[in-house]
Design a protein around this ligand. Structure first.
Ligand code: AHM
Ligand code: MG
Length: 305
C-alpha cells in the first residue's frame, strides 16, 4: 500500500487548520484573523449552496419579484451581499465593509467592531448568474490604521492588503487564498461541508497558451491593445497562435489563468475610459494573489511543515 498517498487522503488539511498553522507562526496572533476567515468561509458555503439550487429555489431573476407565497424574491447577488455583510459584522472582527452591492461603505457599530476592513464583491459575474455559468466571490482584507475608523482605512494601496482571495462557484466550489505567503486553493467537499487543501502553493505558469478578453469591445480599444490581441492570434515570431477562452466571469477567467497561465485582460476603452473592473474589490485582490503566487518560491522555507 502507498502510505504517503493514503496519508494524503486521510490527513485532511481543512482551510481552518491551514490558517491556524499559518497564524501559529506569529506568536502575537490572537486568533482574530482565523475567526474572520471562518465567517468568510461560512458566507462562501452559503452562497455555494444558494447558487447550486438557484433554479429550484427561484433565486434567479430580478430582485423585487414576489414568489407564489407572496414573499419577496431576492436576487442571488442581493442575497449573497446580505449574507456576507451579516457574517462579517457578526464575526466581531471587522470595522469597515465595502461591497460592490452597496453604494456606501458600512461602518460597524462600536460594540461589534474589530480591526479588519473587508472589501468584496459578493457575487461577481452577474451576467452569468441566470444561466448557471461559473460565478464567484472576491475579497480583500486590510488592517484598520486609524483608532476611529475612517474611509481612508479602505483607500489603502492593494499591496497593503493582509490577505486576499476568491471563491469560485463552478463545477466544484473552490476557495483560493493568500495571506501574503504563497497562494493555496481549497476545494469544498460537499459531504463534509469543509474546504480541503487541494492546490498548494499555486504558481502561475510562466508561459501560457491562452488569451482571455471580450473581443466584442475591439472596436473601442486603443491601438496598443488592439495590436497586442492581434499578435496573440497572428504571432509575428512564428510561435503558434494562442487560444481564446472567455467566460465573462472574472473569477473563472482569472482562476483558469492562475492554473493554466496566459493572460486575462479587461482594458479601458472608448466606452469605459476607466475600464469596467472595480479596482478596490475586483482588481487589488488579484494583484495580491498574482504577486504572491509568483513570489511564493521565496517563502517556501519559511512555511514549515
Ligand atoms: P459584474 O460586477 O457586474 O458582475 O461585472 C464584472 C464582470 C467580470 O466578472 C467580468 O470579467 C466582466 O464583468 C465581464 O464583462 P463583459 O460582460 O463586458 O465581458
Ligand atoms: Mg463584480
Amino acid at each position: 500500500m502507498d502510505h504517503a498517498a493514503d496519508a494524503h487522503r486521510t490527513d485532511l488539511m481543512t482551510i481552518t487548520r491551514f490558517v491556524l498553522n499559518e497564524q501559529s507562526r506569529h506568536p502575537e496572533s490572537k486568533g482574530d484573523f482565523t475567526i474572520l476567515l471562518s465567517h468568510i468561509v461560512l458566507g462562501c458555503k452559503f452562497v455555494c449552496s444558494a447558487v447550486n439550487k438557484a433554479g429550484l429555489a427561484k433565486l434567479i431573476g430580478l430582485a423585487g419579484e414576489t414568489n407564489i407565497q407572496g414573499e419577496e424574491q431576492k436576487k442571488l447577488d442581493v442575497l449573497s451581499n446580505e449574507v456576507f455583510v451579516k457574517a462579517l459584522i457578526s464575526s466581531g472582527r471587522t470595522c469597515i465593509l465595502v461591497s460592490e452591492e452597496d453604494e456606501e461603505a458600512t461602518f460597524v457599530s462600536p460594540s461589534l467592531r474589530g480591526k479588519y476592513c473587508v472589501v468584496f464583491d459578493p457575487l461577481d459575474g452577474s451576467s452569468n448568474i441566470d444561466c448557471g455559468v461559473s460565478i464567484g466571490t472576491i475579497f480583500g482584507i486590510y488592517m484598520v490604521k486609524n483608532s476611529e475608523p475612517t474611509i481612508e482605512d479602505v483607500l489603502q494601496p492593494g499591496k497593503d492588503m493582509l490577505a486576499a482571495g476568491y471563491c469560485m462557484y463552478g463545477s466544484s466550489c473552490m476557495l483560493v487564498l493568500s495571506t501574503g505567503n504563497g497562494v493555496n486553493g481549497f476545494t469544498l467537499d460537499p459531504s463534509l461541508g469543509e474546504f480541503i487543501l487541494t492546490h498548494s502553493d499555486i504558481k502561475i505558469p510562466r508561459k501560457g497558451k491562452i488569451y482571455s478578453v471580450n473581443e466584442g469591445n475591439a472596436k473601442n480599444w486603443d491601438e496598443p491593445t488592439a495590436k497586442y490581441v492581434e499578435n496573440c492570434k497572428f504571432p509575428k515570431d512564428g510561435s503558434p497562435p494562442k487560444s481564446l477562452r472567455y467566460v465573462g466571469s472574472m473569477v473563472a477567467d482569472v482562476h483558469r489563468t492562475m492554473l493554466y497561465g496566459g493572460i486575462f485582460l479587461y482594458p479601458a476603452d472608448k466606452k469605459s475610459p476607466n475600464g469596467k473592473l472595480r479596482v478596490l474589490y475586483e482588481v487589488f485582490p488579484y494583484v495580491v494573489l498574482g504577486g504572491t503566487s509568483r513570489r511564493s518560491g521565496f517563502h517556501r522555507q519559511a512555511q514549515g511543515p
